[in-house]
Structure formats: C-alpha cells, structure tokens
Design a protein around this ligand. Sequence first.
Ligand code: DC
Length: 214
Amino acid sequence: MKKIIAVDGPAGAGKSTVSKKAAEKLGYTYIDTGAMYRAVGLKILESGKPLTENFLAEVTEKIQIELDESARVFVDGEEVTKKIRTPEVSKLASDVSKFPFVRKKLTELQRKMAERGQVIMDGRDIGTQVLPNADLKIFLTASLEERAKRRFEELKTKGQQLDLSEIEKEIFLRDKQDMERETAPLKQADDAILLDTTNLKIEEVLNKILELAK
Ligand code: DC
C-alpha cells in the first residue's frame, strides 16, 4: 500500500470529498491543507483589519491551527470548521497563500503531520513542495463549468444560495491567482497522475484512487 498520498488540483475539483472518503476506506488520516490557509484568512477577516504584510506576519506567527481526526479545524482553540467555508474566506485564503512566510509555516506544520505516514493530504503544492517524495501523487481536475456546478450544489445543501456565474468567476480568479503566484504555485507534479473527473461520479473517482493506492 502507498503510505503517503498527495492530491492536488484546482478549486472545486472534488479533492477534499474523495480524499476524505479514500482515507476512511484505507484507514488513513486525511489532512486538508486548504483549511489551514483558510484559518489564516479567517483570522484576518475577523480582525476587521486590512491585509498588510506586517499584520499578516504577526497573525502567522501567533496562530495555532489544529486539525482533528474528523477533519474538524480549530484556530487558537476555537472550532472554525464551518466558518472557513465562505466565499470571503476562500478569497482571503488564496490572498494570504501568496506570502512565502505563510507558506513556510504551514508547509512545516503539514510535513510534521505527515511524518507518521498513512496519510492523504490535499492542496495545491503537496506533490511539488510539501511532500515531493509521496508514494502516490494525483492531480485531480475537472472543467471549470463542472467545478462551479459542484460548488453551487454543495453550497445549496448548506443553505447558501449563490449565483452560478458568480461562483464560476470566483473559482476562475482564485485558480488564476494560485497558478500565477511565485511561491509554490498550483501545478501538476511531473510524477503525478492526472485524473479528469468532469464526467465521473464520486464513487468512480474514489475507486480509481483506491486502485492506485494498492
Ligand atoms: O483547497 P481550498 O479551496 O480550501 O484552499 C483555499 C486556498 O488556500 C487556495 O485557493 C489556495 C490556498 N492553498 C494553497 O496555497 N496551498 C495549499 N496546499 C492548499 C491551499
């Protein structure tokens, strides 16, 4: 069995959904690195202050981020699992992720979390930067239209009614920003397996990953 699995890809490709399910099946720990960038973004949002480099450095130095076995997210002891899933936090997470000192702190934390092995970690730079020696690397993608549709449905089930074209625009801009940043941009690792999920059901994607993990 592959002990360390890295899953990367653009926003809304289904990384967290399938990684979580695969982790359950394999008895592995699921680590959502996007949640960590979101945690930093939330801290900025809740401060009510503008995002300046100095203030972000202060927040990054002090912040305590924890993920538990059920993928619940805690910031400075407070559970923020739901709060970090808003469009505002998505945008801020991408904004803060451009800063090398933020990436350095979170990357170190992520490597430490993966030390024990038997982990599935998802994000943007896991196969390229965080865990370049991962046993299995998957780059999960889907068309922009399909990803926007999935996000729309997901938010609907959570009682949030957003405009589909707005979601599509938000995802497009966030991916562009994540792909164009200088430090650890979103990119498929040379040795990653590309999985286009546009026409696949969750179960089909899950089965492919489980097959590859053998
Ligand atoms: O996976 P997500 O949508 O929750 O991630 C939110 C943002 O965090 C994403 O737009 C960019 C940033 N991120 C990152 O830069 N590196 C990662 N490994 C994970 C997320």
